[in-house]
Design a protein around this ligand. Structure first.
Ligand code: NAD
Length: 337
C-alpha cells in the first residue's frame, strides 16, 4: 500500500525500511509532523502513518478523508492523540501497535527512578569536573519502600514485578482489573486514593483518557506522602505540571522523573539547543535539582523499533488485504478505559 509516513527521523526510516523488505509497501517518508499545514503532503495516499505527537483532530481527519485516506497507522501504543469518534464517522480505520516492547518502557522506568533517587546524572557531572564530594547525593534503599503503581497492564505489570521481586518493595497497585498473577506474587490492589497516599514512590502506567487527565494534581499531591518520588513514563497530561512545580517548591514532592510532558509536542524529538524555550513551566521544572527529564525515550530500543516497524507494516498489509484488523482502535476503547 502507498503510505505517507510522518514524523520520521533517520532511525524510523532505517527500521521501517528494513522491516518493509517483508511487506513491499510504497513508503514515502516525511520529516514534519502531520498537522493541518502538512496534511496536503498526504493527499491521495490511502494510508498515513504517524507517531505520538501528531495530533489528529476532527479537522485534520476530515482533510485526510476528503483526499482519499482511509487508514491511520499509529507507530505507538497510546491513541490519545486521535479523535476516534471523528475517525469512525469519517470512515477512517485507526490501527496501533498495542505491545511492541513493554520491557523497554518498564526497564527505563526503573532506570529513571534509580538515576533520580541515587543522583547519578549529578554525580557523573561532578566527577567529570574532578569533584568527588558526596554532599547532596544521598538516596534511599528501595528495599522495603512502598511503590504505588497506577495501571498494571503490560508495562505497569512488569514494573510491579520488578519492584516486588527484584527490589523487595511493598507494591500497591490501582487498576480496574486486578491481575491475579500480580496478586499471587503479593502485589496489593487498592483504591487509587489509598495507593497514592501510601506510596513512597508513585509510578504511572495507565493510558491518558478523560478519566486520567491530571490524575496527579494539587489535591492528590496534598494527600500524598511527604517527600514521595514520582515517575511518569506514560503520558504527560496524567500530571498537572503547574501543581507539580508547586509541590516541588514546597518540598511535598521529593523528586520527579519524567519521560513525558503535557506540552511535549512542541519540544520533544527535536534539537532545540539554539532556541529560546517559551514554556515557562517546563523551564521551571528543569531548574530543580531533584527533577530528571528525558524526551520520550522509554520505548527507544532496537528491539522495540523492530517490533513497532513490523507490527505497523503488518497492520497496513491487513488493511490492504481487507482482513479483519487485529489492532484496530475504536471510539469505544476510550470510553472503556
Ligand atoms: P496497557 O493497555 O497494557 O495497560 C494499561 C493499563 O491501565 C490497563 O491495565 C488498564 O486497565 C489500566 N487503566 C486504564 N484506565 C485506568 C485508570 N483510570 N486508572 C488506572 N489504571 C487504568 O498499556 P501499556 O502497554 O502498559 O502502556 C501504558 C501506557 O504507557 C500507554 O497508555 C502509553 O501512554 C504509555 N507508553 C509510553 C511509552 C514511552 O516511550 N514513554 C511507550 C509505550 C507506552
Amino acid at each position: 500500500m502507498r503510505v505517507a509516513v510522518f514524523s520520521t527521523k533517520p532511525y524510523d526510516r532505517q527500521y521501517l525500511a528494513e522491516a518493509n523488505s517483508a511487506f513491499g509497501h510504497d513508503l514515502v517518508f516525511f520529516e514534519p509532523k502531520l498537522d493541518i499545514s502538512t496534511a496536503p503532503l498526504a493527499d491521495g495516499f490511502p494510508a498515513v502513518c504517524v507517531f505520538v505527537n501528531d495530533r489528529l483532530d476532527r479537522d485534520l481527519l476530515a482533510h485526510l478523508a476528503a483526499s482519499g485516506t482511509s487508514l491511520v497507522a499509529l507507530r505507538c501504543a497510546g491513541f490519545n492523540n486521535v479523535d476516534l469518534v471523528a475517525a469512525g464517522e469519517l470512515g477512517i480505520d485507526v490501527v496501533r501497535v498495542p505491545a511492541y516492547s513493554p520491557h523497554a518502557v518498564a526497564e527505563f522506568t526503573v532506570a529513571l527512578l534509580l538515576a533520580l533517587d541515587r543522583r547519578i546524572p549529578r554525580a557523573w557531572a561532578r566527577v567529570r569536573d574532578n569533584n568527588f564530594a558526596l554532599d547532596g547525593l544521598i538516596g534511599h534503599d528501595l528495599f522495603g519502600k512502598t511503590v504505588g503503581v497506577v495501571g498494571t497492564g503490560r508495562i505497569g505489570g512488569l514494573v510491579a514485578r520488578c519492584f516486588k521481586l527484584g527490589f523487595g518493595c511493598r507494591v500497591l497497585a490501582f487498576d480496574q482489573w486486578q491481575d491475579p498473577a500480580l496478586v499471587d506474587i503479593g502485589v496489593e490492589f487498592g483504591a487509587l486514593d489509598d495507593v497514592m497516599a501510601a506510596a513512597d514512590i508513585l509510578t504511572l502506567h495507565c493510558p491518558l483518557t478523560p478519566a486520567t487527565h491530571h490524575l496527579v494534581n494539587a489535591a492528590t499531591i496534598e494527600r500524598a506522602k511527604p517527600g514521595f518520588l514520582l515517575v511518569n513514563t506514560s503520558r504527560g497530561a496524567l500530571i498537572d505540571a503547574e501543581a507539580l512545580v508547586e509541590g516541588l517548591k514546597s518540598g511535598k514532592v521529593g523528586g520527579v522523573a519524567l519521560d513525558v510532558y503535557e506540552q511535549e509536542a512542541d519540544l520533544f524529538f527535536e534539537d532545540l539547543s539554539n532556541e529560546i524555550i517559551q514554556d515557562d513551566v517546563f523551564q521551571r521544572l528543569l531548574t530543580f535539582p531533584n527533577v530528571l527529564v528525558t524526551g520520550h525515550q522509554a520505548f527507544f530500543t532496537g528491539d522495540a523499533l523492530r517490533a513497532i516497524s513490523d507490527t505497523t507494516l503488518r497492520n497496513i498489509a491487513a488493511a490492504e488485504a481487507g482482513d479483519a484488523l487485529e489492532n484496530v482502535v475504536a471510539a469505544e476503547s476510550v470510553r472503556a478505559a
